[in-house]
Each structure stands twice: as structure tokens, then as C-alpha cells.
Write a protein that binds this ligand. Structure first.
Ligand SMILES: N=C(N)NCC[C@H]1O[C@@H](n2cnc3c(N)ncnc32)[C@H](O)[C@@H]1O
Length: 438
């Protein structure tokens, strides 16, 4: 097993339960059946733990396990932060039968907080409005499905700015009750029908011409609402129908993060003249082992030109593709500085189906209008000093959590080289896996 940069060295004897089947593919691995209760003996590596099951010891994949003693829950899956250790400790035992955590997830969308955040995001909301405006002639007499309509804003744009034959506004949370009121309040009830339920389970009278959805989560995929979009595309989008967004891209850049590093790590050196440096390993684990959502990356903290590491075609992407996606990168450092980590964000494109109609792009990066997603920061354990002309190359792998279906991990592998390709003076190599959030 590869030693990861932040491998834990602790030895423990905690009881865990297998959340899903696993078939061993090596002599030193243990096969698991969902529900097996096993004892983890040591966690030498982030992804593979040494465990004992019915008297036999071997390696098991950590991502398939839920700790029995530690009660876990998520206050909600939304953007802003991973559940704190206290939330995990104080939460209710996670129901193993709910790998989508639907109760918390749709519960969090049944209140106004997240919908207000999305509606206040003018860059996001105006992008969808512009798509409708750019395609108003195309939309005439078409049937539209708005997947995860929330308050129904996109459906109302369609009914208000164009003349579709029908808009099915599908919303799984209890917000759907209020969405119906908003449709009536704005005089659109003859065009817009609000259906409450998971979009992948609803029945429609016929196929639709347009599948529009605002499904993007942090780092593009978190929440994995995109799975519902792909399932509904397969089942309800007519031949030649439109996907809005039509494409999605994940972008990455090596960056400085002095403020975050100072407040999370350097702070402990001498708060109020005291030496609190023994807390720095704990700070590294607590603040740098998971991604930082809603990070604001200032353009001047980019150490290179950003790079697209994933390109998704929403007409051909499959649910199976979502299990593991990888991208390569090779950055040329364009300024001296401290390489604290990587920042990721996404952009989505909306093709126009109208002659002469302009495509629309919603970019959530540091060089575009700010959005509520902001950027996602992946901190290295320790910064690396870099010079102009250095190279930072490697790969990013997004692995969907086999048990918790709205979660994933992001593994970054990088090599920093100083000097020219054939006269490499120094290099540092690193790899780190960030759970998001399990
Ligand atoms: N990251 C996002 N754009 N989240 C928007 C999520 C909105 O879509 C709703 N939603 C998410 N998944 C689904 C689904 N499978 N079916 C219906 N509504 C959904 C959710 O309740 C919320 O109103």
C-alpha cells in the first residue's frame, strides 16, 4: 500500500461495520459483505486499514467502513463545511440504509437558507436567465423539465421570458409546496406544473425537449445530484433534446494561501507570547486534511495559469463514469512564492439551439464574477517555496464514495521541479487524499 503524505500512525482497536460488499483482489486483503462487523487494528495508511474479521486479519478499504462507536451524522451536506468532530460526536447514528442521506439532504433544502444563498448569487441566477433569453424562439412550444427546481426560479424564467408549451418543475424537498404558491402568485400555473419527488422516480406524460438543472455542487460534483440528471436524461429526454448545462469543466491551479496558513498553522507558534507549537500537528490534521469549501482565491495568489483537468459532456456522461474520474496537469510557475496547495472550481456551458443565439458560460473561478460556490482549497501539509519557471505536474483523481453516495475523495499527486527539464536541480514529490467528507 502506498504511504500517503498524511498517513496516520496510530494503532487502534475500534469496531467498524462494512457499508458495502468488497471483494479482495490480493492475498493480504479481506473480502467484506455489507453489514460485516470487524475490528480495525491499525490505520497505517489513509485508504487501507489492517483489520480482523472472524479470526482472519488483512487489509480492508477504509472507504467501505463506518465506525460503530462513533456516531456520525451530517447537519447538512450543503456547501459550507464538513461536519465538525463535535457534530459527528453529537450526531445521531447514521442509518446505514440511507447512503444518500436524503433526510438531511432534502431537509436542508426544505428551508429558505440555501435557496436564499442561491438566489442571492446573481452570477448563477442571471446565467440561467440569459440562457432562456438567448433561446426564447427555440423554447416556443417546447416541453421543459427543470430538475431540482427549488423555488422554481428557472421555471418561472421560462414561462415569463419565453413561450414553452409546458414546464415540469421537479423538486424533492418540502420546498415544492411553496414553489406551487410562487407559480400561482406569478400567474404561471397554466404553463408550469410543480411535481414533488425525486426526479429519477417521477412519471411524466411524455418525454421532454429540454432538461435544465442547476445541479452543480462544490468542486462540481459534491452532493452528486448530477446522477439524477443523467438518469432523467436517459429516461425522459427526447432524441435530440437539449441538456442545460451542456458541458461542465473542473479547473485547477497551484496557489498561495498565506492568510489561511497563518491563521491555521503559524498562529500556534506564539499566541500571546506563549509557545503552542505542540498543537501544530493537530492543526494540520484538523484544518488541512479536508478541502476548504467557500475559499476565496485572489487572482494574485495563483502561481500559474489555471488548467482544465476534467471535461464533461452532459450528453454522453454516464453514471458509471462518476465512480472515478481522473485528470492530468502540468503547470509552469509564473511567479516566485509559496506553493500552499491547489484551488479548484468549475465552469458550465449552455449551448444555444437558436440560429445566431449566443452560448452562455457560468464560470465560478477567481477571474469571474464571484458566486456562492467560491473556490475549493486543497492544502498541502507543508508549503513548498517555488520560483518562476518551476514546474508542478501530476494528476487529480476524484473517487466517489462507494458507501456514502453524495461523497467523494480527491487525490492529488504532484511533482515540483526546479530548473530545466534536462537540468533538474531539485524536486519534491507529494500525494494527498482529501475526503469530501467521508
Ligand atoms: N448543488 C445544487 N445545485 N443543489 C440544488 C439542489 C436543489 O435540487 C433539489 N434536488 C436535488 N436532487 C434532486 C432530485 N434527485 N430530485 C428532485 N430534486 C432534487 C434539492 O432539493 C434542491 O432544491
Amino acid at each position: 500500500m502506498e504511504e500517503s503524505e498524511n498517513a496516520e500512525k496510530d494503532v487502534c482497536a475500534d469496531e467498524f461495520v462494512a457499508l458495502s460488499d468488497f471483494t479482495a483482489d490480493g492475498t493480504n486483503q479481506l473480502s467484506l459483505r455489507r453489514g460485516d462487523r470487524l475490528v480495525v487494528l491499525s490505520r497505517q495508511c489513509e485508504d487501507w486499514w489492517w483489520a480482523e474479521l472472524r479470526g482472519v486479519v488483512g487489509y480492508v478499504p477504509a472507504g467501505h467502513l463506518l465506525q460503530c462507536r462513533l456516531s456520525t451524522s451530517t447537519s447538512n451536506l450543503s456547501a459550507d463545511s464538513a461536519p465538525s468532530p463535535e457534530e459527528q460526536q453529537n450526531g445521531q447514528a447514521q442509518d446505514l440504509e440511507d447512503p444518500w442521506q436524503d433526510e438531511e439532504y432534502f431537509g436542508s433544502y426544505g428551508t429558505l437558507k440555501l435557496h436564499l444563498e442561491m438566489l442571492l448569487d446573481q452570477s448563477r441566477t442571471e446565467a440561467y436567465r440569459q440562457v432562456v433569453l438567448n433561446n426564447r424562439d427555440f423554447l416556443r412550444d417546447k416541453v421543459v423539465l427543470d430538475l431540482g427546481c427549488g423555488t422554481g426560479i428557472i421555471s418561472l424564467f421560462c414561462a415569463q421570458l419565453a413561450q414553452p408549451a409546458k414546464v415540469f418543475a421537479v423538486e424533492a424537498s418540502s420546498m415544492a409546496h411553496y414553489t406551487r404558491q410562487l407559480v400561482k402568485q406569478n400567474g404561471c400555473e397554466d404553463v408550469v406544473s410543480v411535481l414533488q419527488g425525486r426526479a429519477e422516480h417521477i412519471q411524466l406524460p411524455h418525454k421532454v425537449d429540454v432538461l435544465v438543472s442547476e445541479w452543480m455542487g462544490n468542486c462540481l460534483l459534491f452532493e452528486f445530484m448530477v446522477e439524477a440528471v443523467l438518469q432523467v436524461r436517459q429516461r425522459w429526454l427526447a432524441e435530440g433534446g437539449v441538456m442545460w448545462p451542456s458541458s461542465a469543466a473542473l479547473l485547477l491551479v497551484p496557489c498561495q494561501a498565506h492568510s489561511y496558513y497563518t491563521e491555521s498553522m503559524s498562529f500556534w507558534k506564539n499566541p500571546y507570547g506563549l509557545d503552542f507549537s505542540p498543537l501544530q500537528p493537530l492543526a494540520q490534521q484538523e484544518f488541512f486534511s479536508k478541502p476548504k469549501f467557500s475559499h476565496i482565491l485572489e487572482p494574485h495568489n495563483c502561481l500559474s495559469v489555471p488548467s482544465v483537468v476534467l471535461n464533461l459532456n452532459m450528453y454522453t456522461l454516464t453514471v458509471e463514469d462518476l465512480e472515478e474520474m481522473a485528470g492530468q496537469f502540468s503547470f509552469c510557475v509564473n511567479k516566485p512564492g509559496d506553493f500552499h496547495g491547489f484551488c479548484a472550481w468549475f465552469s458550465v456551458g449552455f449551448d444555444s439551439r437558436q440560429a445566431g443565439g449566443d452560448a452562455v458560460e457560468l464560470n465560478t473561478g477567481p477571474f469571474s464574477e464571484p458566486t456562492h460556490w467560491k473556490q475549493t482549497l486543497f492544502m498541502l501539509d507543508s508549503p513548498v517555496s517555488v520560483q518562476q519557471g518551476d514546474s508542478i505536474s501530476g494528476s487529480i483523481v476524484l473517487r466517489r464514495n462507494p458507501a456514502w453516495r453524495r461523497h467523494m475523495s480527491v487525490t492529488l499527486n504532484w511533482t515540483c521541479r526546479t530548473g530545466t527539464e534536462d537540468d533538474c536541480k531539485a524536486s519534491s514529490v507529494g500525494t494527498k487524499t482529501f475526503p469530501m467528507w467521508r
